[in-house]
Design a protein around this ligand. Sequence first.
Ligand SMILES: [Zn+2]
Ligand SMILES: [Zn+2]
Length: 322
Amino acid sequence: MNQQVFKRIHKIELPIPFPLRTTNVYFIDDSPKTLIDAGIKTEASYHALKKGLNLIGYDLNSIERILITHGHIDHYGQAKKLSSFSGAPIYIHSKEYGRIRSFIHSLGFIKSILLRNGAPEVFVNEAIQYMESAQIMADSLDEAFFLEDGDPILFKSMVWKTVHCPGHSPGLICFHWPEEKILFTGDHLLKEITPNPILSVAEYHPPFRYPSLKDYLASLEKIERLDLSLLLPGHGEEIFEVRSLIQKIFAHHKERMDHILFSLSKSEKTPFEITNDLFPGVPPFEIFLGISEVVGHLGILKEKGIVRVTEKAAKDYYSLKP
Ligand SMILES: [Zn+2]
Ligand SMILES: [Zn+2]
C-alpha cells in the first residue's frame, strides 16, 4: 500500500466479548468520510471507536457514511447508535437487512433446524438462549440503504465496487478498490481462522436451509478471479498472500469433507453426531458453528448423490449411498 493510500485508511480495533476478541472497523478519510462496519454496541466498543477517531484528529460526528459488510452483531451492532449522532446513512445488502429485522423470529426456526439435525433439546435451548442474549449488543436497523452486487461506492477521489459474497451470511458484501487492488472482506476471508458459513434461514423460502457452504465456495472463486494485492478483513491482520489463503481454505473444506465421509463410513448419523465426531467436547455455541459447517457439507454431498437422508422420529439421518 503506498503512502497516499495508507493515509486514507485507518484501521480501528474494537473489543468484542467473543473468542476473536476484536472486530476491525476502517475509517476512510475521503469525502464522504466513511466507516466500514461498526462493532458491537457496548460501552467498551463505543469508547474504543471514539478514542481511535480522536487519535487521527476526528470524532464520532465526523462519520458521514457507514457501510456494513454483513448482519452479525460484531459488525452492525453499534451502527444505529453512531448514525443517530452523526446523521450518517447506513448501507447494507438487502438480504442482511431482512435478517436483522426478523432475527428474533428466525430463532424459532433455527431451533427447529437444530432439533431436526439431531441436537438434544437441552443443548438447543442453551445455544438459542446464548444467541438471544447476545442481541442486546446490537440495535436493529430501522433505516438503511441497500447495496447490491456491482453497485458503485462513490468517493470524491475514487470509486469502489460492491462485491456480493454470500456464504458466511447470505448478504455479505465486500468492498473493492480496483486501482489499489484492495478488498475489504468482512468475515468472508480472515487470516488466522477459516470463516464459518453460518447456518441461517433461507429468507424467502423457509423451511429450506440457506445453502451456505455451496455459496461460500462459489464466492471464494469469485474473489479468486479479482486482481488483488491486499485484503483488509473484519478480524485480525491484513492479508497479502491472497491466492495462497484462498487455496488454503479450499483445502480445509476438502479435508473436512473427507472427515465427514469417514465419520459416515461407520454408520448412519445425524449432523449433530457427525459434529461431535469432528469436534469432541466443544461448548454449545461452537457446536452450533460446527453443525453449520457439517450441514453445509452434507448439502453438497447430497446434491452430488453421495449421501442420502432418512427421517426417523423427526430427525434427519445421513448415510453413504451404496
Ligand atoms: Zn460474521
Ligand atoms: Zn465477525
